[in-house]
Design a protein around this ligand. Structure first.
Ligand code: LLP
Length: 411
């Protein structure tokens, strides 16, 4: 459930009319609902019953510091994949003991930063990464906490680009290789094995893949029991799908219930790394029509602002900010970028003309974070709505921000 709704035909975010936000900050603009973010974080946090749980919001989904602060205050930790995301999480005031570092390509510098800041765990994805981490920690005379990411070889049944748990994907190691890495950890004086982790993909609409992966994790835990190897946590990653086109989704409590059934009787803590299911429906993008041309509404937002439709042919619902009773079918919402692939929505039923405002929905995850300056378009601002108030949490870029880092301007 989110907090975007109509009051007398005007679209609101919580108690703020979106028209007022557009008047104040212009378009395109990303708007987030604080109440929705908090509600979704609580939907996870309050669902742990028999297991001790930790929800590490996946920063890659939406990384604005104000958002991270909101989620931190709701009790979340963070799943990060870069030094930049560590920087953001720390700026938001995150407890380092609630930060886990995922990703296949951690650099030495990123390892040093994670160790210096005493993060909860490095989720290690290969033998070479484990050796590097051991060496970096030894040089620092520190002990690095490690969770091994195993690849359960399950197909999450999602878009080809967002499957991560098949043998052929670049992520994690096979169960057999995980056992070897676990043994290596116990032999290294600079590594401490603290967990087991996996993540099978994103926008997943069925429990089966999650359950298959959890059952494999359980088998491995039982084998480790026999070797007297104890772990602090099992981290099942993120991946829960959200409603983009009215699909039925799995609720966080159902997912957690199913994990708690599989891991019944275990003492490890259960960590989850949701991104999309916390932030996607907490965000909309406001855009205004520049021109109407045949069946196209040419708006002021483009693929540089929201890449998902162009990259994945993803569908995002589009709602008029002022509801009308007219709707023309087969309208496409396209941007000003010089590519045919630059569209936000295709063949939808809406009515619009120059100056009309629209809200592109479900863009709070993998929306602003995937935006770019393509076609030298300054990035849109981000705005947080909190009850009947709204405030800027990232300014609109201007032309000087586009060129600020460029050098050699003298002849
Ligand atoms: N943990 C790991 C290790 C991940 O790689 C991801 C996402 C997550 C957690 C969070 O997954 P979520 O709960 O958000 O599904 N750009 C794509 C999605 C890429 C997801 C990458 N990894 C999109 O727009 O659909």
């Amino acid at each position: 459930m989110d907090h975007f709704h109509y009051k007398e035909d005007e679209l609101y975010a919580e108690d703020v009319a979106l028209k007022n936000v557009a008047d104040k900050y212009g378009t395109p603009a990303f708007i987030y609902s604080k109440a929705t973010l908090e509600r979704h974080a609580q939907a996870y946090i309050n669902s742990f019953k028999s297991m001790d749980g930790l929800v590490c919001f996946s920063v890659k989904a939406l990384s604005n510091i104000a958002v991270l602060k909101t989620l931190k205050n709701s009790g979340c930790g963070f799943d990060i994949v870069s030094g930049g995301e560590l920087h953001r999480a720390l700026l938001a005031g995150a407890d380092p003991k609630k930060i886990i570092f995922s990703g296949v390509g951690k650099s030495k510098g990123e390892m040093v930063a994670g160790i210096e800041n005493n993060i909860l765990s490095f989720n290690v994805e290969s033998e070479h990464e484990l050796s590097r981490l051991s060496m970096v920690a030894a040089e620092m005379k520190k002990i690095a906490p490690v969770a091994i990411r195993f690849n359960p070889n399950v197909d999450a049944g999602v878009h080809e680009f967002t499957k991560t748990g098949r043998k052929s994907d670049k992520f994690g190691v096979s169960i057999e290789a995980a056992k070897d890495l676990i043994k290596k950890c116990s032999k290294s004086a600079s590594l401490k094995l603290v967990g087991l982790t996996c993540h099978i993909g994103s926008q997943i609409m069925e429990l089966k893949g999650f359950e298959d992966a959890a059952k494999q994790a359980l088998e491995l835990l039982i084998e480790l029991d026999r070797l007297n190897i104890n772990l602090d946590f099992i981290d099942m990653g993120g991946g829960l799908g959200v409603n983009y086109v009215g699909e039925e989704t799995i609720q966080p409590f159902e997912l957690i219930e199913s994990y708690e059934k599989i891991f019944a009787g275990r003492n490890e803590r259960l960590i989850l790394e949701p991104g999309r299911s916390i932030s996607a429906n907490a965000g909309i993008m406001l855009t205004r029509v520049e021109y109407k041309k045949n069946d196209f509404l040419i708006v002021d937002a483009a693929m540089n602002d929201l890449l998902r439709p162009a990259l994945y042919q993803a569908h995002h619902d589009v709602w008029p900010v002022r509801k009308t009773n007219n709707a023309t079918s087969n309208v496409s919402l396209v941007g000003p970028i010089c590519e045919t692939g630059d569209f936000l929505a295709k063949n939808i039923n809406i009515e619009g003309s120059e100056g009309d405002l629209f809200a592109v929905r479900t863009v709070g995850a993998y929306g602003f974070v995937m935006s770019s300056n393509y076609n030298s378009r300054p990035r849109a601002p981000e705005i947080m709505v909190d009850n009947d108030k709204f405030y800027l949490i990232r300014k609109r870029e201007d032309y000087s921000s586009l060129t600020a880092l460029e050098e050699g301007l003298d002849d």
